[in-house]
Design a protein around this ligand. Structure first.
Ligand code: NAP
Length: 536
């Protein structure tokens, strides 16, 4: 039985506060899309069900498909029943919730749409008491973000507030935020011309995951780990995001993105920052985001002439994943038959600061791998004196069966929890060591419902807490860091040797079998410092 405890730590002040937003009107652009059906409306309904929404609110769906309010409500009801995994659907509760749902069809590129939207919002706002507290959720193809921002501005729906004024209206922007540094800067420039940064919520749904939020709690609410959290005790860090799925119906999008832009630039860089950041002096949004950005800025810039010695790319060929036959990436729908888009990327990062000097961070993300798993593994150094491995030579009846160093694993998905590997003596007359793990599992410890990342993020955006959103300087630093890799991969085909002595031979594509752990080059990358990827 796990008992709840109250931790007295000034850093954690405010954590127990009940969060409830003021009344609001949320416009979802792209309401006919996949994300709205699978995540946004189920999350809003879950928030309502759990009494996190105010009494008065309205949600207005917007996209081109013609639908009445009633049709929209019926479609969303089906979606909640179908996709609301953990949600206890209650008809009567849904009926009350659905009264706040509206739909206004129109083309988000057309200025005329916004004058009628403005009128509708005024009227809906009066009915639901949201008093011009409008929040615009951009869940459209990314090419529409700029036109929507511009149209919101020219219609008067977006108004720039001073940073000491309440952040209404506000905008939530889905990923991807730009497709490279230049486009991210251009998008930010336009947004900042129309809205102040505190009115902008850039989604990185990894930050909304409970297990990801727990990284800071684990590090800064426990005094036993932080003293070890540095280059004196940590040997290296591995961050893995492995998916068994291929690109599904998202071939056209993925051809433009690839693993580096789709996963590493945003989600994995946020994980690196959370593991490596310094303790913030408070839990305020600015203090935590300052620290996340500061450590990302300390990541060593990649030498454009040596990209192939610290970055590896791969693309899956045919194979078997979880016993099922899988086609090669180049045969997927809407993918070019000679595509050089990477479905796997691995990087070696070095952080040039006092805490992390000399500790490599290895990160990898790939599709069609053997298992679905996302985790952070912190590998500690071996004990300075190998007492047990020496005993075999002393004539004592002692055997060192497993001398592998301690590893602390933060499991993000599908299993959620933390495990610590340590050596222990196996019972018996000899001193034989065995590696065991201490495991904490969210499901076992906390049992019931874990809020989805979107529940948390939508709630925070309504309350006006941007802590778990990506700030512009973080996004830009991340794009800037990856620019040499993006440019090298765009200019040089994977089978071309880059010339430098340490460069790792990677191609030609496809260079890994579906259902494997990625290209051999990824093992060479981590092997360059005498390490190997964890067996998962
Ligand atoms: N799906 C996910 O799991 C996921 C995860 C993370 C991030 N995202 C991001 O979230 C955004 C939305 O993703 P999605 O998967 O929902 O995309 P989607 O299924 O393509 O939906 C986008 C919707 O936007 C609407 N739209 C397109 N052009 C429009 C226009 N000119 N005016 C008004 N509406 C227009 C379309 O509806 P109409 O045809 O009716 O106009 C379409 O259904 C993307 O930026 C994506 O990268 C998605």
């Amino acid at each position: 039985m796990v008992e709840s405890i109250t931790i007295e730590n000034p850093l954690l002040e405010g954590l127990q506060e009940e969060k409830k937003p003021e009344s609001f009107s949320m416009v979802i652009f792209g309401a006919h899309g996949d994300l709205t059906k699978r995540k946004l409306i189920p999350a809003l309904y879950a928030l309502y069900l759990r009494n996190h929404l105010p009494e008065n609110f309205a949600v207005v769906g917007s996209s081109r498909t013609e639908m009445t309010d009633e049709q929209f409500r019926a479609t969303m009801k089906d979606s909640v029943i179908r996709y609301g995994e953990d949600i206890d659907f209650k008809e009567e509760c849904w009926e009350r919730f659905a009264k706040s749902l509206y739909y206004r069809p129109g083309n988000a590129k057309e200025a005329s749409y916004y004058s009628s939207l403005d009128e509708d919002l005024k009227e809906i706002g009066k009915r639901h008491g949201s008093d011009s507290r409008n929040i615009f959720y951009l869940s459209t193809p990314p090419s529409l973000y700029l036109p929507i921002i511009e149209n919101l501005n020219s219609s008067g729906l977006a108004v720039k507030r001073r940073s000491d004024e309440p952040a209404w209206p506000r905008v939530v922007v889905e990923k991807p935020f730009g497709h490279d540094l230049k486009s991210a800067l251009a998008l930010d420039e336009k947004i900042h011309a129309v809205l102040n940064e505190h009115q902008v919520y850039r989604i990185d749904h990894y930050l909304g995951k409970e297990t990801v939020q727990n990284i800071m709690c684990f590090r800064f609410a426990n005094s036993i780990f932080e003293p070890l959290w540095n280059n004196n005790y940590i040997d290296h860090v591995q961050i893995t995001n492995a998916e068994t799925l291929g690109v599904e119906e998202r071939g056209a999008y993925y051809e433009e993105a690839g693993a580096l832009k789709d996963m590493i630039q945003n989600h994995l860089m946020q994980l690196v920052a959370l593991v490596a950041m310094e303790p913030p002096n408070s839990l305020s949004a600015e203090a935590t985001r300052d620290e996340r950005t500061k450590v990302l800025k300390a990541v060593r810039r990649f030498d454009p002439d040596r990209v192939d010695s610290y970055a590896v790319r791969g693309q899956y060929g045919a194979g078997y994943v979880l016993g099922n036959e899988a086609i090669r990436y180049r045969d997927e729908d809407k993918v070019a038959s000679d595509s050089n888009t990477e479905t796997f990327a691995a990087l070696k990062l070095e952080i040039d600061n006092w805490r992390w000097a000399g500790v490599p961070f290895y990160i990898r993300s790939g599709k069609r791998l053997e298992k679905r798993i996302t985790e952070i593994a912190v590998h500690f150094k071996a004990p300075p004196h190998k007492l047990f491995s020496n005993m075999a030579n002393t004539g004592l009846r002692s055997i060192m069966a497993d001398s592998s160093p301690n590893v602390l694993v933060m499991k993000i998905q599908p299993d959620q929890g933390i495990s610590l590997k340590f050596a222990t003596k196996q019972p018996g007359p000899t001193t034989q060591l065995r590696a065991l793990t201490m495991d904490f599992k969210y499901g076992t410890a906390f049992g019931d419902h874990t809020p989805s990342a979107y529940e948390r993020l939508i709630l925070d955006s309504l309350i006006g807490d941007p802590s778990l959103f990506a700030r512009s300087d973080f996004v830009e630093t991340s794009w800037s860091l990856l620019t040499p890799v993006i440019e090298h991969w765009a200019a040089v085909s994977p089978e071309t040797k880059s010339g430098s002595d340490e460069s790792i031979v990677q191609g030609p594509f496809p260079n890994y079998e579906a259902g494997s752990w990625g290209p051999e080059a990824s093992n060479t990358l981590i092997g360059s410092t005498g390490h190997s990827w964890r067996v998962l």
